[in-house]
Design a protein around this ligand. Sequence first.
Ligand SMILES: Nc1ncnc2c1ncn2[C@@H]1O[C@H](COP(=O)(O)OP(=O)(O)OP(=O)(O)O)[C@@H](O)[C@H]1O
Length: 911
Amino acid sequence: MSIENLTADSPVETDPSWHVISVEDALERIDSRASGISTAEAEERLKRYGTNELVDRGGKPAWKILWEQFTSVMVLILIAATFLSLILGKFLEAGAIGGIVLMFALLGFYQEYRAEKAIAALRQMTVPTVRVRRDGVTVSVPARQVVPGDVVHLDAGTVVPADLRLLEVVSLRIQEAALTGESEAVDKKTTPLAGEDLPVGDRINMAFSGTEVTYGRGVGLVIATGMATQLGRIADLLQGVTSEQTPLQARLDHVGKQLALLGVVVAGVVAILGALGGETWSNLVLTAISVAVAVIPEGLPAVVTFTLAVGAQRMLRRNALVRKLPAVETLGSVTTICSDKTGTLTQNKMTVSTLVLPDGTWTPGGDAPSSAALVALAAGALCNNAEIRHVDGEGIKTIGDPTETCLLEAAQAGGIDVVTLRSVMARIGELPFDSERKRMSTRHAPLAGQVPELAQLPQDLDLIFVKGAVDGLLTRATGVFADGAIRALDDAARAWVEDTNKDLASRGQRVLGLAVRLIPPGRTPADPETDLVLVGVVGIIDPPRPEVAAAVATCQGAGIRPVMITGDHPLTAQAIARELGIGRDGGVLTGVELDRLDAEEFDHASRTVNVFARVSPEHKLRLVDSLQRHGQIVAMTGDGVNDAPALKKSDIGVAMGITGTDVSKEASDMVLRDDNFATIIAAVEEGRVIYDNLRRFVSFAVAGNLGKIIVMVGWPIPFLLLPFDGTAAVALLPLQLLWLNLMTDGLLGLAMGKEPAESKVMRRPPHVPGGSLWTGGLGRRTVWIGLVIGFVALGIGFWYHETGNPAWQSMLFTTLAFLQIGQAFATRSHHDSLTTIGWRSNTLLLWIAALVLALQLAALYTPLGVFLRLEPLGAVDLMIAAATGVGLLVLIESVKAVDRRRGVGISIGRH
Ligand SMILES: Nc1ncnc2c1ncn2[C@@H]1O[C@H](COP(=O)(O)OP(=O)(O)OP(=O)(O)O)[C@@H](O)[C@H]1O
């Protein structure tokens, strides 16, 4: 998409010239003010202009989902079967097969449609909120309620919510790749530009919907919303968002197709056997159809979608919001979790514990601060973007980044009136905080005697206050403020700062240095953050979240390595890591140290070191890459705009719901609604449960179908060898098989998606993603259960047939149903006995089993039986059939018991 296309041919181009007029003219043109519009006006404009949304961006249309149900290989074979039956003049069969195909297709449609809706609803939950000025105050509103004329705030990490004419910028940089394809971020301005028809990419006093703020902050006037924005004009984008298949879905699709083809082959074999036995042509075709129908796992797609969607809901209940369905499954195979420290492992509730000065310390709540302490506290309050507000009913509240709010609170505890201080010491410049520099600076006009607390500082110079990581400040400092005067930063002073830093950090505290630079008014140094005078060092406590230590232990027990990746000091990181049980050995490496490693050493480090400190987002990306190259499945957390590449690269990108930026959320697969590490572990557990349940279902369905194949193939063989009366070449009719598959794969299978966790789910290694479904003994178990089902049913069928019982087919049919009900219960756990897990722990299965039973009885004893060509069975026959089901249940349970005693059993296949 070229830039020209966007401007020249846009059909809804209304007023392209916002970039050539001044800020004041822009405000006037749209009838707004720098303080924003009123709530009433906003409501009125919302009615006039509509909501700020692009026309339905996501999701498959319903007709497409429905169409896909009818075009799968399985269904096509069934449709072919319907036509063959028609040709043979078997109208009832044709109608019934057709009907059941329709039923399966509708079931599949319903499940998939629901899953689509559920995922769309989940995506809706991450729709960003925007800070706008309404009625003169800044409030948060959902992005969809933004209207033309609104004045909105932009910060690093914000996705621009609408098209804006910029009113204020502070080092504002915006990445506009979504619109222009240009990946380099653009520096923004507010001054009018020349040239009405400048291309979008050159309108640098505008910000466009969908682009991303990568740095700085700004304020903009909304000039277009929704479909009237530049983004809204790019039709291509609107169709975007394809729903992805999970790896397992893709593999199961494959299994489905293979089974369908196998069905065709086996059908051919049975037909040949029948032909050898002198069976009639039409009966042969009918038999072939029956076999194909028996083998095809009709319920598979519906059950898989249902299980994944149920899984996403379960995760949501545990505060993990899945944005992409494949994540539900991938979570189960995660081997390494790289987590930020602040806010994820810790509470992000920061309090200043101590302020260390060259000539003493001050503790909030303790004595009155010394004059040196006042300078440091004022520096911390001025070089600070948190706000103090009076909230009705709650009194004075600080709002903003916890690292900054705690500094405001400390200043107030020290007796400084922050609001007054800030109004007197107006800010005239700012270098925003970023996680690469790990510091921020603000510039203020000379004191001129206005602030008594700062009487000891020169009164006629501009002040640049800097706060940030101590190590960085130390390399840029030349002086220290001690005993009311500025002294040279000699070795002793340097050693004092370093020791203080280490001492606080090794106690797990976050350490911030505070510094000032004095500069004649009007002069702008090339790098304002040099020649600094240190005024103090602050120790900040951010306690670990109480539940995280247990989550870390669970994580390790589950064969998953937790890794801490933090921008904080290595000693702080290590102290917190130790407290939480992360990386008892393996030490800590810093970003600088990582940079010194060669590729091989880096790879070694990524696999052995568990704590990485003072890293930048770019290191996160390299770590993910290195881990992935060594076969690890990596979950990576991130909150900042620069974390997006690492989130995208990781197998599970995890964003923070509370503190995360829009950009990080958009790049993620999963959002933690509570920012909590423990929630990742909960999601992993759910992921494993889902994987187990899918494996369980596939094993159940394949064993059942194997049983049915044995019955269908095995049935004609004795008749070939023995004198044949020509009445019994087909064990079961297509309708009967379809019915059975509907009962088992369809209904009982659905209930398997609801199975709760196996007891050992978090005490075993993660499964190999993309690995075989049948590993760990599951293949063997599936086969023998299939053989038992097949031969028991066959045996009973022969017995009834040979004893001349006309209901032999009904008996065969009913036996198969009972066998699979028994199997369904026994398969509820691969290890634990049914008595341990409790009959009632999956009530859905109980209900569905009851329903299946009722439907089976209806098939035998109501007019439905005529349709299905079944004869009623006597009570004894019923009991025999039921006994086979109970027998299979007991048999599987006994095998599990023996396995448990021998310490073996179904495993997940990674050792
Ligand atoms: N608002 C701030 N102003 C100035 N410096 C800051 C600010 N916040 C953090 N720092 C400094 O930057 C360092 C890194 O902070 P950053 O926010 O990048 O990492 P973090 O949040 O501690 O790490 P993570 O969340 O990745 O565990 C901190 O140790 C601190 O020294």
